[in-house]
Design a protein around this ligand. Structure first.
Ligand SMILES: [Zn+2]
Length: 698
């Protein structure tokens, strides 16, 4: 599977240099019997540049005026055609007018073509283009729109709605005009994104609805009676299959099954079993994976954050260098001075202030919880593998820091060449506990009332086992070291590391830093990485069974997809699908962008409903502006995924508060459909009245 490197058309708010009045309190009281914000007097006799005989406005029908300017080499005929299609869209809205007609009448006025000096996106602001593109004579009467030469880039709308910009396709323009008329959000008020909110104002359905680009529409709220919550879902909808059939199309591709004439079974959690009750699922990842808001901000960081659940506590660990000053503009420089290990606990009331765990990391970090009461962090310093660890107290505080180093002499003994690790990864599995000392046998025939001893749960026969994985960029190999634990301290036992193998002689090759974890469902080791010699760019998971105290035998491999990134993927496990003996995998990875270019993160999660390509459903994280220069952090915690990213603001004026943390995937809160039309009717009037007051148009 290969993702298109296409652009994610979307929509942002323009930063406004001017503050627009957004209430109509200042507007003079005038008669506006059709409620479009244009006074009856204007619609009868004209006002300034507005002439009813030319522009076709009338009393009795809702009219609104868009003056559209052209940027660069935008084709005038194509712009006109797109605007005419938008006109048809608004004319078709089921909004009744006093004169008996329905729909909104979009009055199109062709504005100026901007001078060539505005072609350079880096040198011309939308504020400046407002001045050049929206004629003064129309201010307070109509709204301005800039038709961009390049389409597919999404659009933006200024708060207050007076000025917006977008290119092709026409659906983007219609969406931005929806913002201009007064629908501010991309989800209903008081709701997260819902797959049942089929509006053109939702990113999910901006460009296509039920597989049809011409079927995009404003929502009339026909499903508003159903409130969904991702933390407690019933896979039943009280509608006819035909009414919700659009859920089977992109972007969701949910599997539906009619259950009578007005009931549909859904497979919200994509496990192949529709109709379950009381389940949890991420059901609104159509455009992007949403998360709890606002995201917590920590930092600054010099590299990738990592997340480690320890018992019921969650720790966020990240490297912070002092020289050069940590900044998103700097790559993580392994040759620079080592970075401090910053440790913060994410409590229910936010993150604790980070503890400086010292150490001088010259690589990215790995962190795991061990036995519900120990936090361990692995990294390397100048080629020496190192583990620092802390006991975690019941309330979540850290005890005394301890540290072990992988001895140099053994490091050179793992192969004929020195094996200097570029990455150190920690994973925790289980192993049989040594048998307890035998109690003296009871004398036969005595104590007859004693019940038959219960077989203790298997967990009592197992104990956690820490393994250290070393990856070398030069050798492209992954070596395993078993770390001993005596109940208080970790030690490196006197043994060599061994390389992971994919066959009798072939060693596992990872072209980029791997992710690794141990599957609690079967105690197998999973290593996810690229092998460019076999399948360029594709992240593959390799599953190694546990045998005789180690991970030797390759069970199987799965291709995830092409993230195209040099950064390590991040692997998260959730409980198995029904009937499976291995955990469900989710892979997070920074996308594309060679070198150290900031890029978005994508999530690929395993599905069993047949909707995913190769069994994986892929989604962008957050939105197209949340870019990172490092691998993302993710962990399964408290029913959803904890997620952190080294955020690149791409704006030097914003301070480096750049570790963003949020809960993602399954997020509590209401998800609803919504009737756009009453809001549209009300806002198109009040917003225009506010613009009229702002420009003092009397
Ligand atoms: Zn928008």
């Amino acid at each position: 599977m290969r993702w298109a490197s296409g652009l994610w058309a979307t929509c942002g708010a323009l930063a406004a240099a001017t503050t627009l009045v957004t209430t109509s309190a200042a507007a003079q009281i005038v008669s506006d019997s059709d409620g479009d914000g244009l006074p009856d007097e204007w619609e009868r006799s004209g006002h300034g540049i507005l002439d009813p005989r030319i522009h076709g406005v009338s009393v009795g029908k809702r009219d609104f005026i868009i003056v559209y300017a052209l940027r660069g080499n935008t084709d005038a005929a194509a712009a006109r055609a797109a605007m005419e299609r938008v006109r048809t869209f608004y004319a078709g809205l089921p909004i009744p007018n006093p004169d008996g007609s329905t729909g909104l009448n979009l009055v199109l006025v062709e504005g100026p073509r901007l001078a060539a000096e505005y072609n350079d996106p880096d040198r011309s602001t939308y504020d400046a283009m407002y001045g050049a593109g929206f004629p003064v004579a129309w201010r307070g009467i109509g709204r301005g729109f800039l038709v961009e030469a390049r389409g597919g880039r999404g659009g933006q709308t200024i708060p207050g709605g007076e000025w917006a910009a977008a290119g092709a396709p026409w659906q983007t323009i219609a969406h931005e005009i929806g913002h201009q008329l007064g629908i501010d959000g991309h989800a209903p008020p008081g709701s997260g994104v819902s797959p049942l909110y089929g509006s053109i104002m939702s990113y999910d359905y901006n460009y296509s609805f039920n597989g049809n680009a011409d079927a995009v529409h404003m929502s009339t709220g026909r499903f508003a009676g159903v409130t969904l919550d991702e933390t407690r879902l019933d896979e039943v909808l009280p509608f006819a299959l035909g009414d919700v059939a659009f859920l089977q199309a992109a972007p969701y591709k949910f599997k539906l099954q009619a259950d009578g004439p007005s009931r549909v079974l859904v497979d919200w959690n994509r496990n192949g079993i529709p109709g379950e009750r009381g389940i949890q699922a991420d059901i609104n990842d159509g455009y992007a994976v949403s998360g709890s808001l606002p995201a917590l901000e920590l930092g600054p960081t010099s590299g990738a954050p990592v997340l480690a659940p320890v018992g019921r506590h969650l720790f966020l660990v990240y490297p912070q260098a002092t020289t050069p000053q940590a900044s998103w503009t700097n790559a993580f420089n392994v040759n620079a001075h080592g970075a401090s290990i910053m440790v913060s606990r994410i409590g229910s009331d936010g993150p604790t202030s980070p503890v400086d765990g010292r150490g001088s990391a010259t690589s990215e970090l790995s962190a795991v919880g061990f036995g519900n009461n120990t936090l361990a962090v692995g990294y390397q310093t100048a080629g020496i593998a190192r583990i620092v660890y802390w006991p975690v107290r019941a309330e979540g505080g850290l005890g005394d820091r301890k540290e072990i180093l992988w001895p140099k002499t053994m490091q050179t003994a793992v192969s004929s060449d020195p094996f200097k690790p570029d990455r150190v990864l920690l994973v925790v599995g289980t192993e049989p506990a040594p048998p307890p000392p035998k109690a003296p046998s009871p004398i036969p025939g005595t104590n007859p009332g004693q019940p038959t001893p219960q077989v203790p749960p298997s967990s009592a026969n197992e104990r956690p086992a820490l393994f250290m994985l070393l990856w070398s960029a030069a050798a492209q190999e992954v070596h395993v070291v078993r770390v001993a634990y005596d109940g208080l301290n970790f030690t490196f036992p006197p043994q060599y590391s061994y390389p992971l193998r994919t066959g009798n002689i072939d060693r596992l090759k990872c072209s980029s830093p791997p992710a690794a974890t141990i599957d609690p469902a079967n105690n197998s080791l999973i290593v996810a990485c690229r092998n460019d010699a076999w399948n360029r760019g594709v992240v593959r998971t390799h599953h190694f069974a546990y045998r005789n105290g180690g991970y030797a035998e390759l069970s199987f491999m799965l291709d995830v997809g092409d993230f195209g990134s040099d950064e390590a993927p991040t692997l998260v496990l959730d409980p198995p699908f029904p009937g499976e003996r291995r955990s469900r995998m989710t892979v997070y990875g920074k996308v594309a962008a060679p070198g150290n270019v900031a890029a978005i993160v994508r999530r690929a999660r395993e599905v069993r409903d047949g909707s995913g390509v190769g069994g994986w459903r892929t989604s962008m994280m957050s939105n197209e502006w949340e870019k990172t220069q490092s691998a993302p952090a993710a962990a399964s915690f408290d029913g959803s995924h904890a997620y952190a990213v080294r955020f690149s603001h791409q704006d030097a004026r914003i301070p480096d508060r750049i570790v963003l943390y949020r809960r993602t995937g399954i997020v509590p809160g209401p998800l609803r459909d919504f009737d756009d039309l009453p809001l549209l009717r009300m806002a198109m009037k009040t917003r225009l009245e506010a613009l009229r007051a702002y420009h003092r148009v009397k």
